[in-house]
Design a protein around this ligand. Structure first.
Ligand code: NAP
Length: 290
């Protein structure tokens, strides 16, 4: 058995097991399995180090472990180091741990899926947390003409902007592409806490929202209503997962099967990964990760 999984705390909400097991089934990889790996911070490192000897080929990493995953790796990609976080670990035969970040290229792949190329475009990123760092890096590397960062706590936007060589914005400014990397919308789908006027959303050609929830988010619904090209958080999830899958299996990811599984009405209905009682104890639907 070749094993894969997602490390997080909490991780009960994760759609990754369903998405990756659908991909494995689609390709007939019957001796592979992907599962949840609930790991509180105090045992994260020892959990990771035990995985290779238990047949694990690799693992995704989600909240709150992405920085720790990068720190413990024996080797890492330049992108993961620049972003400061890893969401994909791959174990070699001798147990060495390789860290990569597929969030950034996954976002660019999601944009490509709707024929949007950030090269030469202007972008406004809302948020200055972990995901904003990856998205700003992705946009910069993809050749965006200008990337601005707005954040509720301006000091964090300024620090991120200085670190990655982009601009901090005191208020949301006009841009070709708007990306919500805050957690606003997670609880109720609303975006009232963001300084955005729904009627002005049409000024952005493309609107992306990293937040995903059952029923979608108001930001995506309002942007779609105003004719914007939209990318929702589930598509970003699917695209980063596809890149992780390819890194582990060496095979092209069946993206359509992964998307169907991720968008399923009840992602846990047939997923044996939910059987871990510690998952249930720590479930927190307000913080969907991988
Ligand atoms: P994070 O590091 O905790 O950062 C949270 C960000 O949200 C901060 O910039 C914070 O601003 C802002 N924020 C929180 N509450 C706010 C409010 N009421 N008004 C305005 N801003 C607020 O989180 P993250 O890891 O970057 O994740 C952000 C969201 O993206 C989460 O919902 C996560 O689930 C989602 N996500 C999705 C994917 C995907 O594949 N689709 C991948 C990664 C993350 P302050 O600095 O002022 O606190």
């Amino acid at each position: 058995m070749k094993r894969l999984g997602v490390l997080g705390w909490p991780v009960a909400h994760s759609r990754s097991p369903r998405m990756h097991n659908a991909a494995l089934a689609e390709l007939g990889l019957k001796d592979w399995h992907y599962q949840r790996l609930p790991a509180p911070p105090e045992v994260f490192e020892e959990t990771v180090r035990a995985l290779p000897a238990s047949g694990f080929v690799g693992a995704n990493v989600t909240i709150p472990h992405k920085e720790a995953a990068l720190a413990l790796a024996d080797e890492s990609t330049a992108a993961a180091r620049a972003i400061g976080a890893a969401n994909t670990l791959t174990f070699s035969h001798d147990g060495a741990i390789h860290a990569a970040n597929t969030d950034a290229p996954g976002f660019v792949a999601a944009l490509a899926g709707v024929d949007v190329d950030p090269a030469g475009r202007t972008a406004l990123v809302l948020g200055a947390g972990g995901s904003a760092r990856g998205i700003v890096y992705a946009l910069r590397e993809a050749g965006a003409a200008r990337v601005s960062v707005w954040n509720r706590t301006p000091e964090r936007a300024a620090a991120l902007a200085a670190d990655l060589g982009v601009e901090a914005a005191h208020r949301p400014a006009a841009a070709d592409l708007l990306v919500n990397c805050t957690s606003v919308g997670l609880a109720d789908g609303e975006f009232k806490e963001l300084p955005l006027d729904a009627d002005a959303l049409g000024t952005y050609a493309t609107v992306a929202d990293l937040v995903y929830r059952d029923g979608g988010t108001g930001l995506i619904a309002q942007a779609r209503r105003r004719g914007c090209t939209v990318v929702d958080g589930l598509e970003v999830l699917v695209r980063q997962g596809a890149l992780s899958f390819e890194a582990w299996t060496g095979l092209p990811a069946p993206v359509d099967a992964m998307r169907d599984a991720a968008r399923g009405a009840n992602p846990d209905a047939h997923d044996p990964g939910t059987s871990d009682p510690s998952d249930r104890r720590t479930a927190d639907a307000r913080r969907p990760g991988r």
